[in-house]
Design a protein around this ligand. Sequence first.
Ligand code: FNR
Length: 380
Amino acid sequence: PPLDSLLNLDDIEAAATAQVSKKCWAYYYSASDDLHSKALNNHAYRSILLRPRVFVDVTRANTTTTLLGHPVSTPLYVSPAAMARLAHPDGEAGIARGISRFGAMQLVSHNASMTPEQIVADAPAGQLFGWQLYVQTNRAKSEAMLARIARMPDRYRCVVLTLDAPVPSKREHDERAAVEARLLVEAASPPPAEEGAVVKPDANAGVGKKLFFGTAADLTWETTLPWLAQHTTLPIVLKGIQTHEDAFLAARYARKNPGTVKAIILSNHGGRSLDTSPPAVHTLLEIRKYCPEVFDTIEVWVDGGVRRGTDIVKALCLGAKAVGVGRAALWGLGAGGWKGVDRTFEILQGEIETCMKMMGAKDLSELGPRFINTRAVERD
Ligand code: FNR
């Protein structure tokens, strides 16, 4: 279908589903165990009600803000998600091109299907990227990657350390698709070429498990952050914080070690790591209740389950500085390459602005708890 006939993120996902390979669909769509956290991520936003104010001149709504001190035109960013080329040959560079007119930040996955140099090569000057790290058991490999990223200081502005996937999870859609693909391969001769550049420790594993090969499970506050700070001068963003206790520890670490941790991302990995782990909304509410000073010490970003501009505005009202989308960008790519990503961001950015105007908010800085009613989600 023509991209301008796709009106919301469900349309984008449906268009991508019709076009990408079965294996790609299974990898992107999948989440762990019974997909409860994946569903809850979105449900939590729907449980929050908006409290719009009237009699405000909302001819314009300003969505500019700063991330880690860099100006951005929107609080919406792209979460790091592996293997974009499974969906479309434009890959991660296509995501960069698709979001470029929106002035948004892109976090690039450790397991991207293009090199970090290729992804940023054609982006206009000033477009912001961050690089996501899965620490490898062979630390020298991670150190070499950090050195490589440091050679592009006007491109990559932060290192995102993902903490919520210390071991592979059970993603049954992905595993089933792998088994089916193997049976097909066994039936065919010669075997079809493997899509994308995946590591292959176990020919029968799903994409997620294959990519996991080599990832370290022994990260700690005491050992990993000092090591990382030795090997990068970029601000560190901790991704996968899911409790107020860990948010508090991150803020305490940031206070004691200036120039290291600058932001946390409240995320349950799109429901892909530990099923029944909390949506970012719940963690935001916990932080507000038990340690609100975190919001003044470090930036708090969130991702997971965003389907609508109203979801994004609600997260900002709860104290988030930025909101990421993972699957939405990949589905956009699957629906129409870089133009599909552009369409996805056009939809979301339009919805953010409409929501702000309907609520009587002219500027992101006005957003706060007075605009939302969280009673239902607090009962959940
Ligand atoms: C991810 N995510 C992820 N996170 C990360 O830190 N490194 C990675 O390589 C990946 N890879 C990845 C692949 C795919 C296919 C998906 C869907 C997700 C998680 C991602 O950054 C983000 O937390 C979630 O995608 C957010 O949820 P939504 O927006 O997909 O609901």
